[in-house]
Design a protein around this ligand. Structure first.
Ligand code: NAP
Length: 330
């Protein structure tokens, strides 16, 4: 059976588990939070979400996480994060939260398999790729349209591919795709890149990479597979059809916060509003990583936010315990 939200029964699941710290999401923020909470003997449970490791798990190489002078593979880094958290007692569950109730403590979190009652909740659900929303994109996803070079690059051996975007992701993944593709054309809507200078230089020096600047994709064509893209020059309005075998889209991300709408404050872009101590507006609920960070969005900053959120959760639980003890002795 495929999992759809409609498959989930609204009745109470047979299994309900009480945990002190529940962590939603298994990217750098979630797994760092797990490490810190586990080292405080709180036996945190991490729900992986749909993708263990989040976005970093589909990143070919991470070169700016300290401690790895030669760089480290994204999936390898996730595995190391997970192992380190598990060593101290964290439990990683391949499950996804489908409903949350933050109106009272313990917080209720329904998943595909169970229900958790959590004394504290750390939300690190990350962000997902933004789509171009042009004709052909949805229909041809998985048939030449992709949002993950690490996952799909291999299928484009000796083919011509297009990469959309002008940020670090587009350039980094475009460079990665030259391992397989015959040519990589980076289509960017401006003539200046948002990406850092090092990546820009590497891309410009790569003989397989071409650039189509001041250009936007208006449609993706093909029946069973991608055959071409419709490209409009934003300066003169001219439209041309560019033949290609694949379209890789790297134009940013949206925070995964749909589950919390109406229960937590979100900003105008949908990110969770948290203070500098990672507290959301609900005591006992903390947010860390890209779900609450539209600015830095790095592995290291997300990991730092995860650690900070766990330290605050530990502090919160200690405070609650001392309140209980004080009222018991009063
Ligand atoms: P990003 O920095 O937000 O860049 C998105 C790019 O897509 C921009 O160039 C933007 O154009 C373009 N774009 C946005 N909407 C578009 C649309 N509808 N049509 C066409 N183009 C569109 O996103 P990112 O590259 O995914 O990077 C996200 C964060 O992760 C950044 O902080 C980045 O530094 C970080 N990151 C770092 C590394 C690294 O350090 N190695 C690698 C990957 C990502 P404009 O420039 O015109 O707005």
């Amino acid at each position: 059976m495929e999992f759809h939200l409609s498959n989930i029964s609204t009745s109470q699941p047979a299994v309900s588990e009480h945990v002190k710290v529940l962590i939603l999401g298994s990217g750098p923020a979630g797994l760092s939070a797990a490490l810190y909470a586990a080292r405080a003997d709180l036996n945190p449970v991490v729900l992986t979400g749909m993708e263990l490791g989040g976005q970093v798990s589909v990143t070919y190489a991470v070169e700016n996480y300290p401690g790895f002078p030669e760089g480290v593979g994204g999936p390898q880094l996730v595995e190391l994060f997970q192992k380190q958290a598990e060593r101290f007692g964290a439990r990683v569950e391949f499950d996804t939260a489908t409903e949350v109730d933050l109106s009272q403590r313990p917080f209720r979190v329904r998943t595909y398999n169970t229900e958790y009652l959590a004394d504290t909740l750390i939300i690190s659900t990350g962000a997902s790729s933004i789509h171009l929303n042009v004709p052909g994109e949805t229909e041809l996803t998985g048939r030449g349209v992709s949002y993950c070079a690490t996952c799909d690059g291999w299928f484009f051996k000796d083919k011509d591919v297009i990469v959309v975007g002008g940020g670090d992701s587009a350039l980094e993944e475009g460079i990665f795709l030259t391992r397989y593709a015959k040519s990589v054309t980076i289509v960017h809507r401006r003539d200046e890149f948002r990406a850092g200078a090092i990546l820009q230089n590497r891309a410009k020096e790569n003989s397989k990479i071409k650039f189509l600047l001041n250009s936007v994709i208006e449609g993706i064509k093909g029946e069973q597979a991608v055959k071409a893209v419709q490209v409009k020059n934003v300066n003169n309005g001219e439209t041309t059809e560019v033949p290609t075998d694949g379209v890789f889209i790297f134009i940013g991300h949206n925070p995964n916060t749909a589950l919390f709408k109406g229960q937590l404050e979100l900003d105008e872009l949908g990110y969770i509003v948290a203070d500098k101590r990672m507290h959301t507006g609900v005591p006992g609920v903390f947010a860390a990583g890209e779900v609450a960070d539209p600015v830095f969005r790095q592995v290291i900053t997300s990991a730092g936010m995860g650690a900070a959120a766990a330290m605050q959760a530990i502090h919160f639980l200690e405070e609650q315990e001392s309140i209980v003890e004080t009222s018991a002795t009063a």
